[in-house]
Design a protein around this ligand. Structure first.
Ligand code: NI
Length: 238
């Protein structure tokens, strides 16, 4: 969860919006979606898994939507089968630290420990080591970026779902603010957020969006392990 409000000014140039008519047939494999040509959005769910994450997986499966989960290692240790099933369902799994520490307050060795412990828990549960990091609270500095040894992926649409706990408000925010290439920040640790997901999907599908994972959003380029952060596809220059 984000207890701090990070105000960031983002480059929000439209990416591919004029080609919205270039539709991919419904039910097509997400890998077939080319986000350079069609409207894409990456829904991201942070801080889980929790018990309610299963309900979210059911909603995403029913609507054939792929998302990205930034998991907290400690929670993966508690709900390993949920993490495994999220991965098996085709969702991307990212590292969100071991216990949601503010990494900017830690030494380089402590940051590496936070990330490697989470990597280990996620690898044990899913078989895959997460290739991206989302820093808790979006808080990072040179030490964190250096120790991460992988790209940091943050967001361009902040729903503030952790603050308002209001499903209708979350749907409205996403509906009004999402542009092609955006990364939407959500937290499935809140029931109000999971309750908002069907409405989010319906609203964005009506606007012609394709739901992709973070890796798919930036494909065909694989995000390099540079000491930089990514907020959306529009601001990304390969
Ligand atoms: Ni978080």
């Amino acid at each position: 969860m984000r207890r701090r409000l990070v105000i960031s000014t983002l480059v929000t140039a439209l990416c591919g919006g004029t080609l919205a008519g270039t539709a991919v047939p419904a039910g097509a494999a997400p890998a077939a979606v080319d986000c350079r040509r069609v409207k894409c959005v990456a829904l991201t769910f942070d801080d889980g898994p929790v018990a309610d994450s299963r309900r979210l997986l059911g909603i995403l499966k029913e609507r054939n939507v792929k998302a990205t989960f930034y998991l907290v290692g400690k929670n993966v240790q508690r709900y390993p089968t949920t993490a495994r099933d999220a991965h098996r369902a085709g969702h991307q799994i990212g590292n969100h630290s071991w216990d949601h520490a503010d990494l900017t307050r830690l030494t380089s060795a402590q940051v590496r420990s936070q990330l490697s412990r989470a990597d280990t828990a996620i690898k044990q549960a899913t078989g895959v080591k997460p290739s991206t990091l989302r820093a808790p609270y979006g808080a990072h500095n040179a030490t964190v970026r250096q120790a991460a040894d992988r790209p940091l992926v943050h967001w361009s649409v902040d729903t503030l779902d952790w603050r308002y706990r209001d499903s209708a408000r979350i749907v409205k925010t996403v509906k009004e603010q999402t542009k092609p290439g955006d990364i939407v920040l959500l937290h499935d640790i809140h029931r109000t957020t999971v309750n908002a997901v069907p409405g989010i999907i319906t609203a964005l599908k009506a606007r012609g969006f394709h739901f992709v994972t973070v890796d798919q959003l930036f494909a065909p380029t694989r995000l390099p392990a540079e000491k930089v952060t990514y907020h959306n596809r529009a601001a990304y220059r390969p």
